[in-house]
Design a protein around this ligand. Structure first.
Ligand code: ZN
Length: 183
C-alpha cells in the first residue's frame, strides 16, 4: 500500500502526461468522488462519493495541476528549484478548500455538500504550497526502486524513508540484494 504522505503528492497516482495517460483516473468525473473518498483528504472525516461534483473544466484543471506536480515533485526530490511557471499554476489553484460542517443528526464532523472539483483542487494546492514553501520540501523523496517514479513526502521521524512501499519496491530491493550476495 502506497502512502504518499501528502494529499497533493497522492494525486500523482491518478495519472501522468505522456505514455502513462492510459492509466488516467481523472478523465471521468464519476471517478473523482470514489477516489477522493479514499484519499488522504478525507482521513478522519468520511466523505460520501456522491457528494462530489465537478465540471469538465474542473477535471481539466485537476489534471493540469497534477501534471504540473509531476515536474515539481521530482525537482524537489532532486534538491532543485521548481520552474517559476509551474509554481504559478500551483499558486493560482489555491482557493477555498471543501467546507466541513457538523452533521445536525449525528453531531459528527462531515463535509458540507457539494464538494466541488475547484475545492478539491484548492485543498491540494494548499497542501502543495505548504510543502514547497517550507522546509518540508527537503522531505520530498523519489522512491529508490530502480524503475519506480513514485514521489512521496517522508513523514517518518528519522526522515529515512526510501521506498514507495515495502511490498512494491522495498522487498524487490531486498530480493535483488540477496541474489547479488549469493551470485
Ligand atoms: Zn517504488
Amino acid at each position: 500500500m502506497f502512502d504518499a504522505g501528502s494529499f497533493a503528492l497522492e494525486l500523482l497516482v491518478t495519472g501522468a502526461p505522456g505514455r502513462f495517460s492510459v492509466y488516467e483516473v481523472f478523465d471521468k468525473v464519476e471517478n473523482l468522488g470514489p477516489w477522493i473518498a479514499e484519499s488522504r483528504m478525507t482521513i478522519g472525516i468520511p466523505l460520501d462519493p456522491a457528494d462530489v461534483v465537478a465540471t469538465d473544466e474542473e477535471m481539466r484543471a485537476l489534471r493540469e495541476f497534477r501534471n504540473t506536480l509531476w515536474r515539481v515533485a521530482p525537482a524537489l526530490a532532486a534538491g532543485d528549484q521548481p520552474a517559476p511557471e509551474d509554481l504559478v499554476v500551483i499558486n493560482e489553484a489555491v482557493g477555498a478548500p471543501p467546507r466541513i460542517a457538523i452533521d445536525t443528526k449525528t453531531g459528527r464532523t462531515t463535509w458540507a455538500p457539494p464538494v466541488t472539483g475547484t475545492q478539491i483542487l484548492a485543498a491540494a494546492a494548499r497542501d502543495a504550497v505548504g510543502i514547497i514553501g517550507t522546509d518540508l520540501r527537503e522531505r520530498v523523496r523519489q522512491c529508490q526502486g530502480s524503475r519506480c517514479l513514485l514521489t512521496f513526502l517522508d513523514t517518518s521521524r528519522p526522515g529515512n524513508r526510501r521506498w514507495c512501499s515495502m511490498q512494491r519496491c522495498g522487498n524487490r530491493h531486498k530480493v535483488g540484494a540477496y541474489r547479488e550476495r549469493k551470485g
